[in-house]
Design a protein around this ligand. Sequence first.
Ligand code: NAP
Length: 292
Amino acid sequence: MQKNSENLISILVTGANKGIGYGIVKMLLEKAHLSNVYRYKIILTSRDEQRGLETIEKLKVQFGNSDYIQNKLVYRKLDITSKESIEECVNWLKAENGPLDVLVNNAGVAFKGPEFNTNVFDVTFATNVFGTIDFTEKILESNLIKPLGKIIIVASSLGNIISLSTGRQKDFKKENMQVKELIELANRFRTSIELGTNEQEGWGKNCYAVSKMVINKYTQILSQRESILSNGIQVYSCCPGWVKTDMGGPKAFRELDEGVICPVYLVELQHMLDMELQGKFFYDCKVKDIGL
Ligand code: NAP
């Protein structure tokens, strides 16, 4: 793995002011705090600056404001649904940080309750799909992932295409699909909501689940891209399980510390491309079939 001049592994986490993103940062800092083996520089990002800076302060208090935390935990504002915000973050990385070893695309949204309409699609897909893809592609266009680096997407087991009709599953299984085609497929779901034909077209009525199916497919497509493979960049998606966060709610089965085990496992996986694992979906640190 290529390291920066201070020999640190540079990791950017999106949506890290709370929930699983925060938990990932905290677990990585705990490891770095306990052992010199883990030499991380962590870029904690959030769409709201105040919420992000408060989280940084909270972590500094928890870790005793050590030199390590002072210097190696960095904050950047990043709203992945805003082109300007993505551009600012990319420009900052170019000027101040350099390429990342690991990008963790964690930011996500989910509506509570059964509401289902094009607004739910627009809000859900803006972050979970279009924003995640836009940010990842801008990072890649600017060569901001190091050779042998990683891109990890926090998706969900609900992103298993099994809940779609056979015809829609076939659409998702198409080999050599391009990102443009995937976006068109996502937009077909939106049109079906508009026309009220989503059930008869085999989409069902869960925007969050379909958004995670689309981002799991993106993971697979990206993982096989020539420029990704030639640079030895690993690409994975994963599910944290049902976790007690604002999104997961208080009835969820897993505590935050349990929910971050799989994403952190992927961050720490050896920086070496393994085609058996490339582009796969992970649950409980193991590859899981999601129908793709
Ligand atoms: P959460 O507590 O609601 O946290 C979501 C995080 O994403 C927050 O920091 C939020 O920022 C941020 N975010 C939302 N939209 C954003 C945007 N446009 N740009 C940047 N950041 C944005 O949810 P969570 O449970 O930690 O979820 C994290 C990830 O895990 C999501 O992708 C989710 O789908 C996935 N997941 C969660 C569960 C679960 O049971 N919790 C299960 C499966 C998968 P604000 O604070 O500003 O809103």
